[in-house]
Write a protein that binds this ligand. Structure first.
Ligand code: NDP
Ligand SMILES: O=C1OC[C@@H](O)[C@H](O)[C@H]1O
Length: 389
């Protein structure tokens, strides 16, 4: 698309990971690059908490326009539309994906429904940004990727972490400036006390039928972090243990070890308590820490190794979030930490659409599949360990 909102016709080859960091731009620069008056018209599937946060973040991007929202119940969609000044609302998602004014659909529904709703949108000829985890397993993710490619439509799993300037800069320092040498070890964790925000046991977060559980909700983040540090490669080996809530049959925490040739990674995640939430990438000549909250980070420390054990020089870098607006405050702020940072992901998506790219170099579909495969492997291991088999 060259502006003006025509559908993307040409599928372009995915951009190699190496140039991902060259797409890092301050938000104003994204806007300047767009042709005058260019707009991307979003439709929102779901009227829950993350949909609210995503729509709030779009408000800092002049190129973004939300034209419609849909919920299972009309009254809920209507209330959401009124709150955010959205022109049209629908009862049921099908009508939204058929709305000719919608160019890209944001799927923010419960995890078990991502495949259903992303497929619905792609079948209707709409580009798709689907919340993490894209699917419940690798087969589901492959199905969506294949469909998007067959229809020459944009598809991205909303692994929003990738688009935070802190992460894009970390990748630039590691892979282009080779600041820490060869990546050798990665440690990443994400845990929070879900009982503070989710009703137990009613919340979808604890319902295996709705895609609940620690691995799919939070384990996906440290696994995706390990994945970028090892350049999207699949690990040679993955072993893991974890804890299950036996009454609900849902996983509540896990610890995984991964081997990549002679290199390795460790990952832990859980829904029962708040962890330090850092990602640490250790190389032969230094290390880089993505500071907490590592799934939506604002700072990193690069440490260069000098001669002699323990002799390192640290350099901390901070990246401010986009500035909020009175309009955002009036609509009730955000439900989740640093959600205004959804603007980075949305800006990158719109930049792709406006320049005809059907896949985001920051998180190519192949990598979503690799991460889903890791989760498939982890699930088997964690289940066995939890059941003592
Ligand atoms: N990137 C991020 O930082 C975050 C991502 N997420 C992800 O967003 C997704 C939704 O999470 P969140 O917004 O917190 O959840 P909510 O419970 O607030 O919203 C759930 C949404 O799912 C829809 N839905 C569709 N079918 C069902 C069903 N059978 N049962 C219940 N709900 C259904 C609801 O639809 P309707 O409105 O039509 O009633 C609602 O919009 C998850 O994939 C989660 O992992 C969540 C938080 C932050
Ligand atoms: O992705 C997420 O899913 C669960 C949320 O509670 C968490 O904050 C988040 O970012």
């Amino acid at each position: 698309m060259t502006g003006g909102g025509q559908p993307v016709e040409a599928a372009l080859a995915p951009v190699p990971l190496d140039i991902a960091s060259k797409l890092t731009l301050p938000l104003e620069e994204y806007e300047k690059q767009h042709p005058a008056g260019a707009q991307v018209r979003w439709g929102i599937v779901g009227a829950g908490r993350v949909c609210h946060d995503f729509v709030q973040a779009l408000k800092v991007l002049p190129c973004a326009r939300v034209v419609a929202v849909a919920a299972r119940e009309g009254a809920r969609a209507e209330k959401f539309a009124q709150r955010h000044g959205i022109a049209r609302w629908y009862e049921g998602y099908q009508q939204l994906v058929e709305d000719p004014d919608v160019q890209i659909v944001y799927v923010g529904t419960v995890q078990s429904e991502h495949l259903v709703h992303a497929t619905m949108a792609l079948q209707a000829g709409k580009h798709v940004l689907v919340e993490k985890p894209a699917g419940l397993d690798a087969t589901q993710v492959r199905t969506m990727v294949q469909l998007a490619r067959a229809k020459k439509l944009f598809f991205l799993e909303g692994m929003w972490t990738r688009f935070f300037p802190a992460v894009e800069h970390a990748r630039h320092l590691i892979f282009e400036r080779k600041e820490i040498g060869e990546v050798s070890q990665v440690m990443s964790d994400f845990g929070f006390n879900s009982f503070e925000q989710e009703k137990y046991p009613e919340s979808p977060m604890y319902d295996p039928q709705l895609g609940g559980g620690a691995l799919l909700y939070v384990g996906v983040y440290p696994l995706a972090a390990v994945s970028w540090a090892f350049r999207g490669k699949a690990p040679d080996q993955l072993v893991g243990v974890g804890h299950y809530d036996m009454q609900l049959s849902v996983d509540m925490s896990g610890s995984l070890a991964l081997r990549y040739g002679r290199h390795g990674a460790s990952v832990s995640y859980g829904l029962m308590c708040e962890s330090a939430e850092e990602t640490s990438v250790v190389g032969t000549e230094g290390r880089l820490i993505i500071h907490t909250p590592a799934h939506c980070p604002l700072s990193i420390t690069v440490s260069s190794k000098k001669n002699g054990r323990g002799n390192v020089v640290h350099n901390q870098l901070s990246f401010a979030l986009p500035q909020s607006t009175p309009e955002i405050a009036e609509a009730g702020g955000f439900n989740y930490p640093n959600s205004i940072g959804f603007a980075y992901e949305a800006a990158a998506v719109m930049r792709c659409l406006l320049s005809g790219l059907l896949e985001c170099p920051q998180y190519p579909p192949e990598e979503s599949i690799v991460v889903a495969e890791m989760m498939d492997a982890a699930r088997v291991q964690v289940q066995c360990s939890a059941k003592g088999t």
